[in-house]
Design a protein around this ligand. Structure first.
Ligand code: DAH
Length: 342
């Protein structure tokens, strides 16, 4: 009778599935050795038949198991061999592209951080405002051009509250946050208010119907125009570089008196004059001024005791000047090739 140890060692030396199949046929196929042996036991006595039959069946079972085991081993070996040949594990991986903060938000963060460094805190207000906050309390009279239907998105009060008589607008600037803050807190106040603003404009290289502003407000005893000037001059230097000059130019805003606009030297031509600065050497940066006492009256601040300054700037504009971008629409198109540069 065959020895199982011999068959096992024979099986373990096999390297291919084809050879393994040959072994299977050799021992347990229809004409295999074990099959043959089994058919021969009919010549034996009943007792011997029983013993030998049992042994042969045990050996057969064992061979089936060993063949199955070897089959899996060969299969696994061929997979890993194949993998080794087709994968070059020394190649460097494909770099993962990591997303970035949008350039507008980067600019916003930079502006915020500069003012946080000056000791300002961050305040927020709603995008939908009552007419009172967006206009009236900021001393923007009923007939002021910025109330013109063409500039403002009006929301039908009916859609929000059927009983409301008050007109609701999408805020046209971040200045209404000034009113919310002053209604809630007593001086001293030093806040900036970043956020989205909305205007009924058609889109072009320098206009969008949604854009971003940062508002600033400081109220305390003895605040003067000199404080405003110092803060904004240092802001310009921190934002655009220590050598950049800025200038204050008289202007008009209903909520500040006196009012000014801050220009900075054109970064493109360094003040010599080019198409970006319309040959003036200067570009407009922001609006500012001393808080109009009429605004203080709306929030019931003592106008004898307190003075304050306010300013507001467009983030798109700052980002365009900072990075030399001539079309605002680039910020909104989500072209990755553009965004990757920041
Ligand atoms: N709210 C003004 C605008 O949207 C910007 C502005 C100007 C804000 C002067 C101020 C300010 O706080 O004092 O054009």
């Amino acid at each position: 009778m065959i020895k199982i140890e011999d068959v096992i060692s024979e099986i373990s030396s096999i390297l291919t599935q084809e050879e393994l199949e040959k072994i299977r046929l050799k021992y347990i196929g229809r004409k295999g050795i074990l099959t043959d042996e089994l058919s021969n036991i009919s010549k034996l006595s009943i007792e011997e038949k029983k013993n030998t039959g049992k042994k042969i069946n045990e050996i057969k079972q064992r061979i089936i198991e060993e063949i199955e085991k070897r089959k899996n081993e060969i299969k696994r070996a061929s997979i890993s061999e194949h993998a080794e040949n087709s994968i070059d594990i020394t190649l460097s991986g494909k770099p993962l592209e990591i997303g970035k903060i949008h350039p507008l938000m980067q600019t916003m963060d930079e502006v915020k951080n500069i003012f946080l460094g000056f000791g300002f805190s961050i305040a927020t207000g709603p995008d939908m405002e009552k007419d009172y906050y967006n206009f009236t309390a900021l001393n923007i009279p009923k007939d002021h051009p910025s109330r013109d239907i063409q500039d403002t998105f009006y929301i039908k009060p009916m859609e929000l509250d059927r009983n409301s008589q008050e007109e609701i607008v999408l805020r046209t600037h971040t200045s209404p946050v000034q009113i919310h803050v002053m209604e809630k807190y007593k001086p001293p106040i030093r806040i900036i208010a970043p956020g989205r603003v909305y205007r009924h404009e058609s889109v072009d290289a320098s206009h969008s119907y949604i854009f971003h502003q940062i508002e600033g407000l400081a109220v305390d005893e003895n605040i003067t125009f000199a404080d405003l000037k110092a803060v904004l001059e240092i802001f310009v230097k921190k934002m655009f570089g220590g050598e950049v000059l800025s200038r204050f130019r008289p202007s008009y805003f209903p909520f500040t008196e006196p009012s000014a606009e801050v220009d900075m030297q054109c970064l493109i031509c360094k003040g010599i004059g080019c198409s970006v600065c319309k040959q003036t050497g200067w570009v407009e940066l922001l609006g500012c001024g001393m808080v109009n006492p009429k605004v203080f009256e709306f929030v019931k601040y003592d106008t004898e005791k307190y003075t304050g300054y306010a300013f507001g700037m467009g983030i798109e504009r700052i980002a365009m000047l900072k990075y030399g971008i001539n079309d605002m629409r680039l910020f909104y198109e989500n072209d990755l090739e553009f965004l990757k540069q920041f």
